[in-house]
Design a protein around this ligand. Structure first.
Ligand SMILES: Cc1cc2nc3c(=O)[nH]c(=O)nc-3n(C[C@H](O)[C@H](O)[C@H](O)COP(=O)(O)O)c2cc1C
Length: 349
């Protein structure tokens, strides 16, 4: 309520990316205060939650934060304190890179959607590893790390680029995601072709096993909603064949279909990935396709247009073990994760 009436109108006076940096700054400030994290936990209490077993570990509940919010792993302790069941940091690339020129993030409030062409702006895997070493992980939390290809790495060096990030980040990851689905790095989504994806996933799996020997770091791939259904089936078969641990579906879409925002306004924003409510239908469809094709032990994490407890329940009913949100957090504010967690909680005995 406070967020919608007071905070959101103020944030909307700022360009979307400036508002994002302001929030990251505020979260860092709070997490550095002696009682900051405690205060967040009290304000955003989840109560007793419905735990989920997936990827060989226990998640406090099914709702996590999708990649792209905490790209440099700076505020994940505060994000856990807001009540997320798990947090995925990144996308991290092997080398630091500035991303695309600004403006590169836009709100479409009428559609409860965002368009972004950030282009993997991040400080690089060595910096992310240093940050993950420095920040304390709250006990019982699950942290995913999402890796992508450095923009300047040519296609024939993609495997080595992913491998380098995996080696640096594996020690801090409860699971690792190979992102081949952002529309904002030229050629990246071509890596979803099974012939390109297979050697990347095999090399990253080997890198994880060689770097972390005391446990198995689960490996997942994140896919785009714009893939043809045959391509989704091909990725599902590959996942079965190489014993991948899971699939995250989906990333943002390049489609602009079905928006309420006038066409010329949408066109004026330029290229980028669309996220939020308009993605709901396709994300659910992709999830159902995957569930039909993958073996039962493969974990499916559904993302795209999840806003309410009903949305979460629909994804779980369609075969996801876990879900992730991003855009709804921008529209509904910091109480979203705790609200969803409470809504999914088992009935009191
Ligand atoms: C501003 C922004 C940045 C994003 N950056 C990344 C990213 O770096 N890596 C990634 O895998 N997904 C990224 N995503 C995609 C989200 O993780 C998620 O898959 C997508 O937004 C669909 O979920 P939603 O409809 O709840 O937002 C980004 C999304 C947004 C809105």
């Amino acid at each position: 309520m406070l967020y919608r009436l007071l905070v959101r109108p103020l944030l909307y006076c700022l360009p979307a990316e400036t508002a994002h940096h302001l929030i990251i700054f505020a979260l860092r400030l709070i997490q550095n205060l002696p009682l900051g994290l405690w205060l967040l936990r009290v304000l955003f209490r989840t109560g007793r939650t419905q735990a989920v077993t997936a990827l060989g570990q226990t998640f406090p509940h099914a709702v996590g934060l999708a990649a792209g919010f905490d790209k440099d792993a700076r505020v994940f302790p505060a994000l856990f304190a807001l009540g997320f069941g798990f947090v995925e940091v990144g996308t991290v690339t092997a080398q630091a890179q500035p991303g695309n020129p600004r403006p590169r993030l836009f709100r479409l409030p009428r559609d409860r959607a965002l368009v972004n062409r950030m282009g993997f702006n991040n400080l690089g895997a060595p910096a992310a590893a240093a940050q993950l070493r420095r920040l304390r992980r709250p006990p019982g939390t699950v942290l995913g790390i999402n890796i992508g290809k450095t923009k300047v790495a040519p296609a024939d060096e993609a495997i080595a680029d992913y491998e380098a990030s995996a080696r640096l980040l594996a020690p801090y990851a409860d699971y690792l995601v190979v992102n081949v689905s952002s529309p904002n790095t030229p050629g990246l989504r071509d890596l979803q072709a099974v012939s390109s994806l297979r050697p990347i996933l095999i090399a990253v799996r080997r890198a994880l096993d060689e770097t972390v020997t005391a446990r198995r770091v689960p490996l997942l791939v994140k896919i785009a909603p714009d893939l043809a259904n045959e391509d989704i089936n091909a990725i599902a078969q590959l996942a079965n064949e190489i014993r991948l641990d899971g699939i995250i579906a989906t990333n943002t879409t390049i489609s602009r279909d079905g928006l309420l925002t006038p066409h010329d306004q949408v066109q004026a924003l330029g290229a980028g990935g669309l996220s939020g409510a308009p993605l709901k239908h396709r994300a659910l469809e992709v999830l159902r396709l995957l569930r039909d094709q993958v073996m039962p032990h493969i974990t499916l994490i559904s993302a795209g247009g999840i806003e309410t407890v009903e949305d979460v329940r629909a994804r779980l009913a369609a075969g996801a073990q876990l879900v992730q949100v991003y855009s709804a957090l921008v529209f509904d504010g910091p109480s979203l994760p705790s609200r969803l967690a409470r809504g999914l909680a088992p009935a009191p005995r």
